[in-house]
Design a binder for this molecule. Structure first.
Ligand code: G6P
Ligand code: ZN
Length: 542
């Protein structure tokens, strides 16, 4: 029944920040998916008889790829596959399933927050046995293998019925179609005080959760409405669609505009939240206030002890380099470690495994903890709800009190999307070339104190990741970071991260872009964004 099929390599199967992401038609080329999956299997050893978790965010091409992956897993000698019903598994739920079942690893099909559909994005990501994304040495091995691959193994067998929960046999391998929500919801129930949150909802607390027609819909309905008693329709856009209803399932102020407007309106509910395509990102908005991901990380860390799963305190906090330093101030006050990693959740894995950090977060709307090895959108929402249920204050009050205590890190990210790849690279190369000349110079009264290209040495395994983003530090603690996105699928995206620390509480209610105006102007002067890209304004400001 097993067939070995001849194939020829593709040269572009290099996993990015978060797996291999391309347009659907690229994946539909002959043997493209098969080559990549076989390259994964060929790059990891010791899986014979072991368990593989498979699931995705429900986007276009999810089901076909799952059938391919299941057949290839059987032909390659896995003992068992666990697959979410309907092919659905949120990324954090997949991470949990891998851990709970001591699986060898998992294949997650998603392009996260990118749009879905026949001409839109798709992705394949491999996670290892700790439940986290494969570390760079594995993704590099996969890429190397993909450039040489000349055959793959599959099995002749009919499709598995993904919609029916139950167990079947494929050759020597067992296939279990499992409820994608139940185990994850049970885990959340262990971490958070569901009784307190239930009381809060029973007392009239209102929230809206926008699932953006992506994977978290079924999770939000079960957890928020069924288990916590939130009003029906608390979860909006809760049916996962292959094309996300034609939208970008990206929970930011552009793509979750309706939610933002609702939360800024007269009849806003108490709390608004959203998650992305695969359920690992989060957006938090209180009545009248958007909480930046960097502030959210700091506030969650400062209040985590209010939730049962974290009542013993935190071991440490980790954040990606471009994330604001708000969390650093919390770590300092708590007397715990703070770790600054390159962008990409995979860099947190070692810190969590080694017990250096409990909570992690990124400016790109990811927050999570050591309960899984991925960022986790609903987890962040539930931790917020737990804190609100205990403190019984509004989001606005909690945020402003936090700033008054720790100071405010004004923060914004300016994205220049779909820039010509060459122009984006030239901008970065020119910046890199002049880094050593910048310290000591001033731009409109702002004096540059430091300038470097961030390089990270993992404190656990000693591995070094260089060229992770250009940091310009100013006297007084302000900072500008320039980085190219690692997740885009067309052209290059330049990200400019701008941050200013303001200790004085009487100056905490300035509009963010205004508070950062001098730094924004300095960014243009330092990097020549207009000259290189022809753009005078960013495509997206968050
Ligand atoms: C994905 C990763 C995140 C990372 C983000 C950065 O979402 O899971 O860990 O922060 O990409 O994306 P970028 O486009 O900035 O490389
Ligand atoms: Zn995502």
């Amino acid at each position: 029944m097993i067939s070995i099929i001849d194939t020829t390599p593709y040269t572009d199967q290099k996993p990015g920040t978060s797996g291999l992401r391309k347009k659907v038609p690229v994946f539909q080329q002959e043997n493209y998916v098969e080559n990549f999956i076989q390259s994964i299997f060929d790059s990891v050893a010791g899986y014979r008889g072991e368990t593989l978790v498979i699931g995705g965010d429900g986007r276009y091409f999810n089901r076909e790829t799952i059938q391919t992956a299941i057949r290839m897993a059987a032909a390659n000698g896995f003992g068992r596959v666990l697959v979410g019903q309907g092919g659905i598994l949120s990324t954090p739920a997949a991470s949990h399933l891998i851990r709970k079942n001591r699986a060898f690893g998992g294949i997650i099909l998603s392009a996260s927050h990118n749009p879905g559909g026949p001409d839109e994005d798709f992705g394949i990501k491999y996670n290892v046995g700790n439940g986290g994304p494969a570390p760079e040495k594995i993704t590099e091995a996969i890429y190397a293998r993909s450039r040489e691959i000349d055959r793959y193994a599959t099995i002749d067998a009919p499709d598995i019925d993904l919609d029916k929960i139950g167990t079947s046999q494929l050759g020597e391998m067992t296939v279990e179609v499992v409820d994608p929500v139940a185990d994850y919801a049970d885990l959340m129930e262990k971490l958070f005080d569901f009784d307190a949150i239930r009381d809060m909802f029973a007392g009239g607390f209102r929230m809206v959760f926008d699932a953006m027609h992506a994977v978290t819909g079924p999770y939000a309905v079960e957890i928020l409405e069924n288990r916590l008693g939130a009003q029906p329709r608390t979860a909006r856009n809760s049916v996962p669609l292959e094309d996300f209803g034609g939208h970008h399932p990206d929970p930011n102020l552009v793509h979750a505009r309706d939610l933002y407007e609702l939360m800024m309106s007269e009849n806003a509910p108490d709390f608004g939240a959203a998650s992305d395509g695969d359920g690992d990102r989060n957006l938090i908005i209180g009545k009248g206030i958007f909480v930046t991901p960097s502030d959210s990380l700091a506030i969650l860390a400062a209040n985590a002890h209010l939730a049962p799963g974290y009542s013993g305190g935190l071991k440490g906090i980790a954040r990606s380099m471009p994330t604001s330093a708000a969390a650093d101030r919390v770590a300092e006050k708590l007397g715990i470690g703070i770790y600054e990693t390159p962008t990409g959740w995979k860099f947190f894995g070692n810190l969590l495994d080694a017990g250096h950090a409990t909570i992690c977060g990124e400016e790109s709307a990811g927050t999570g903890s050591d309960h899984v090895r991925e960022k986790d959108g609903l987890w962040a929402v539930l931790l917020w709800l737990n804190i609100l249920a205990v403190r019984r204050e509004s989001v606005l009050d909690i945020v402003t009190t936090h700033w008054a205590t720790f100071g405010r890190n004004y923060y914004s990210r300016h994205d220049y999307e779909a820039v010509e790849t060459d122009s984006a690279n030239t901008l970065m190369d020119e910046l890199r070339a002049k880094l050593s000349t910048l310290p000591g110079t001033s731009i409109d009264g702002l004096t540059i104190e430091s300038a470097d290209d961030f390089s990270y040495q993992d404190p656990v395994d000693g591995s070094v990741s260089a060229n992770q983003g250009i940091r310009i530090g100013f006297v007084g603690g302000s900072r500008i970071v320039f980085r190219l996105s690692g997740t885009g699928t067309s052209g290059g995206t330049i990200r400019v991260y701008i941050e200013r620390y303001e200790p004085d509480a009487s100056k905490h209610d300035v509009e963010t872009q205004k508070a950062l105006a001098d730094l924004i102007a300095a960014a243009e002067k330092i990097a020549g964004i207009r000259k290189h890209t022809g753009r005078s304004t960013p495509s997206v400001i968050t």
